[in-house]
Design a protein around this ligand. Structure first.
Ligand code: SF4
Length: 445
């Protein structure tokens, strides 16, 4: 929680010595509260103040880094509702493998995870993690499976193993992956903390209820380890929803550090539909890592699409680069279409042109990620603006076509566009992208 200038001043020496460049300690404190000066400017700042300000500047939800290059992150969230600002790090989706699975099934899952790619509005989406669960008592088999998963996929793992010796060996075998060890209880926290620390992994902590979980995170942090992930021991969707919400709310609203961590949920209801709903809850309600019991592309495609919607920054519309795109293999005299660089619009329009079976050019000016009517209202889709973009792209030298099909919703710009693009004829296309195919058949068929 941020301190006020008066609160900071009480912790300063109050000698008004001016060495910091401020006339008084109060003036310095006010600047410090407003983040206009650094505490190091005062050579007499107490350790207590340094500690308090350091804690106050920590994000309410601890940042966790995963992967060899620390390419995946969790935490650092600052709002309860996406529309207040944005959610920062999306829920990571993981697939579980048991060491009791048949070898051919393990290979099949690893290959499926490795090859899985979902493309949505220009984003290429992969599976983030794999969980390796010990169900057999054979330590070597488990360690070999963890090693194989890491070497095959090079994505961070979740080592879910109750045997301390086995998880120690597995953690060492995948050192450098910045993975996750699961799950430390009050009884095993000391040992697992040391294993996580010495192998640079993160640690899941779990307890039967929130009070005991708070005591456990507090203890592990005081013992010097803070790369923690929470696992709530819940038994229903309602309980999980409640635990996720309480932890995130108290972390953000009260800056309550013992619950200021990302969470993990293993989907184990045994029912496909129930697991899917639980996953949906994790994605929409603050889940950090969600572990699926098996690989199912149909389940993933809907949940990854949902995740993309939830974690897209509402202040920054997703957009494609402004340029002339090719659809199929257009020639210099192929038809030319126009749309905006809002990703959703671009991919719907380009998909419909592709479906129509013709090769064409699709000209996309810089519209700052706005849809057709919004861009037009903002002056980013006017005749002169589009003409200027086309000229800057050098597109007129690329094609001999001198007809351009514009979206039906901006039929009103056809005159000004023709005036701004001498020699071009503007064709008003359909309002809805779904009608492009029939439009193409009539116009170019
Ligand atoms: S240097 Fe420190 S003690 Fe001196 S005036 Fe500035 S804040 Fe006060």
């Amino acid at each position: 929680m941020a301190l006020t200038g008066l609160q900071i001043q009480k912790l300063l020496p109050k000698t008004n010595c001016k060495e910091c460049g401020s006339k008084t300690c109060l003036a310095f404190a006010i600047k410090l509260a407003g983040k206009k000066i650094d505490l190091s400017e005062c050579p007499y700042a107490s350790d207590e103040l340094k500690e308090i300000l350091g804690a106050a500047s920590e994000p309410p939800v601890k940042k966790i880094e995963l992967g060899a290059e620390k390419e995946l992150q969790l935490g650092e969230e600052t709002v309860l509702y996406r529309h207040d600002k944005t959610f920062v790090h999306q829920t990571l989706l993981a697939i579980n493998i048991n060491d009791t699975d048949e070898p051919e099934d393990i290979d099949k899952t690893l290959t499926s995870v490795k090859d899985y790619r979902l493309e949505r509005v220009g984003e290429k989406i992969n599976i983030d993690m794999v969980s390796v669960t010990q169900k057999d008592g054979d330590p070597e088999k488990y360690v070999e499976l963890a090693r194989k998963a890491w070497e095959t996929l090079k994505i961070p793992l979740i080592l879910r193993c109750a045997d301390i010796k086995t998880i120690t060996a597995a953690a060492e075998a995948i050192k450098g992956s910045h993975s996750v060890l699961a799950s430390a209880t009050i009884e095993t926290a000391d040992e697992l903390r040391q294993i996580a620390s010495s192998n640079e992994h993160n640690l899941v902590v779990t307890a039967p209820n929130l009070d005991e979980l708070v005591a456990l995170t507090d203890k592990v942090k005081k013992d010097g380890f803070n790369d923690l992930i929470l696992q709530f021991q819940t038994h229903s969707l309602a309980e999980q929803f409640q635990a996720n919400s309480i932890a995130r709310r108290i972390a953000l609203k009260k800056n309550f550090k013992p619950l200021g961590y990302a969470s993990i949920k293993f989907l184990e209801s045994g029912d496909f539909a129930d697991d899917t709903v639980l996953a949906l809850n994790e994605i929409t309600k603050y889940g950090g890592i969600c572990v699926f019991p098996s690989f199912d592309p149909a389940q993933l495609v809907s949940l990854m699409t949902l995740r993309l919607n939830i974690y897209t920054d509402p202040q920054k519309p997703i957009q494609v680069d402004p340029k002339a795109y090719t659809i199929g293999e257009p020639k210099a005299d192929s038809p030319v279409f126009l749309t905006t660089n809002f990703s959703l619009t671009y991919f719907i329009v380009s998909g419909e042109i592709e479906n129509s079976g013709i090769s064409a050019w699709l000209v996309v000016p810089q519209c700052e990620g706005m849809s057709v009517l919004t861009a037009w209202a903002a002056g980013k889709f006017s005749g002169p603006y589009i003409a200027k973009s086309i000229k800057e792209m050098g597109f007129e030298n690329q094609v001999t076509t001198r007809e351009i099909v514009i979206p039906g919703y901006v039929a009103q710009i056809s005159g000004e566009l023709e005036e701004s693009l001498p020699g071009w004829k503007v064709i008003v296309g359909p309002q809805e992208a779904a009608d492009i195919e029939s439009f193409v058949k009539v116009k170019f068929g």
